[in-house]
Design a protein around this ligand. Sequence first.
Ligand SMILES: Nc1ncnc2c1ncn2[C@@H]1O[C@H](COP(=O)(O)OP(=O)(O)OP(=O)(O)O)[C@@H](O)[C@H]1O
Ligand SMILES: [Mg+2]
Length: 147
Amino acid sequence: MEYISHSAEETKKFAQEFAQKLQGGEVIALIGNLGGGKTTFTQGLAEGLGIKQRVLSPTFVLMRSYPFKKGGKSLTLYHLDLYRLEKSKEAKALGLEEIWSDPKNVVLIEWAEKIKSLLPEKTIEIRFEYLEENERKISYNPNLSLK
Ligand SMILES: Nc1ncnc2c1ncn2[C@@H]1O[C@H](COP(=O)(O)OP(=O)(O)OP(=O)(O)O)[C@@H](O)[C@H]1O
Ligand SMILES: [Mg+2]
């Protein structure tokens, strides 16, 4: 699947639609360079899930969580930014395995490349490529995992 976004707003809309497919239990690796739109996508996705809190990049805290409701179920969106992660050991300390094996959680991970070997088989990869100042190519294959 490929989508060309012409603005941050379009990326958010795309993410809002993507959010509608989520049931809980998904792990999504957001791959792409600085400024590719990973956080922008996450903000749109959170909006699409009905999350009213402002989603800020968890660059220093590595992880933030946001509760939401879907189909009468109480779920939680976890947003991770591993840019500053130094060792995958630190990722283990975050308790990620427990988080992503819970079907009540949706986990979005920026800079997931850093923990490639830890990611579960079910991980969905979304790639962000910079084309021009306001243009990004977003691509994903729901059947493709990083492993
Ligand atoms: N089509 C587009 N889609 C997304 N963002 C865009 C687009 N065009 C321009 N931008 C701008 O690019 C920047 C994307 O920043 P964002 O923080 O989402 O990137 P990121 O991939 O999370 O980067 P980082 O690796 O630093 O976390 C924003 O300033 C946004 O306004
Ligand atoms: Mg970011």
